[in-house]
Design a protein around this ligand. Structure first.
Ligand SMILES: Nc1ncnc2c1ncn2[C@@H]1O[C@H](COP(=O)(O)OP(=O)(O)OP(=O)(O)O)[C@@H](O)[C@H]1O
Length: 231
């Protein structure tokens, strides 16, 4: 069965001024299919975060075109983009950005409350389901600040999943974790991709993490230099 294309970047380019104009991304083209777990790697300064920011629809100043699930994103108005982002993209960052005064359940509910598609009761049930999927059902009512770093990152993954996003974007999702928790978070992401067809694109500096993903896209000086399947 042919997988659907979830993300398509076509000749993405970007300039910064520092203070002279310089090209930070040049002619970046690739596609990501449903259920693929792709990592973006490359030396510091190669343009990974800049690219992820564009792919996440947060930066709209670039050349080329970006499509998500065959919908052209480039040129969309900011308010439509914000709605699309909340509904279709889940984010997992290096730092979990959970609200410490709220329970884990409440933290996970937030993007769904913002989306406004489900009743509060349904949202609560969905949030509980996602926490259960990540082995955190016993922690649901605890304050997020009371959890360990690894558990907090799993709550952040549950929050990223609450609206059943088309794609999860990770910006160093294990950058703040020890090796044991890195392994746990990697296994969760891989399970989501392989068993739930969740599409994932993550920037990482962790070679081991990258080598275990389905495909690495390596960047150098704003170009893609290799894109290789991992076996
Ligand atoms: N807002 C900005 N204004 C000017 N230059 C910038 C800006 N943001 C990033 N840069 C420059 O663009 C280049 C790419 O930066 P980027 O953060 O995308 O790299 P990266 O590969 O993610 O690096 P790291 O691995 O260190 O996070 C670098 O030379 C950086 O200094």
């Amino acid at each position: 069965m042919q997988s659907e294309v979830i993300l398509q970047a076509d000749k993405i380019g970007k300039y910064f001024y520092d203070p002279e104009k310089f090209r930070v991304l040049n002619d970046i083209s690739f596609t990501v299919n449903q259920g693929e777990f792709v990592t973006l790697v490359g030396k510091s300064g190669s343009g990974k975060s800049t690219l992820l920011y564009i792919l996440s629809t947060m930066d709209t100043e670039y050349d080329g075109t970006l499509s998500i699930h065959n919908q052209q994103i480039t040129g969309m108005k900011q308010n439509s983009l914000a709605a699309l982002r909340n509904e279709k993209i889940g984010f997992v960052f290096q730092f979990h950005y959970l609200l410490p005064e709220f329970s884990c359940l409440r933290n996970v509910m937030i993007p769904a409350l913002r989306l406004g598609r489900y009743s509060r009761k349904e949202i609560e049930e969905r949030a509980y389901e996602k926490l259960k999927m990540l082995g955190l059902e016993d922690q649901a009512l605890k304050l997020s600040a009371k959890l360990s770093g690894g558990q907090q990152q799993r709550v952040a993954i549950a929050r990223a999943l609450i609206n059943d996003p088309l794609i999860i974007m990770g910006d160093e999702p294990t950058g703040n974790l020890d090796s044991k928790n890195t392994g746990i978070v990697f296994d969760i992401l891989q399970d989501l991709a392989h068993n739930y067809h969740q599409t994932i694109v993550a920037v990482t500096h962790d070679n081991d993490f990258a080598h275990r993903s389905d495909r690495t896209i390596e960047m150098q000086d704003g170009h893609i230099i290799t894109t290789q399947k991992q076996f």
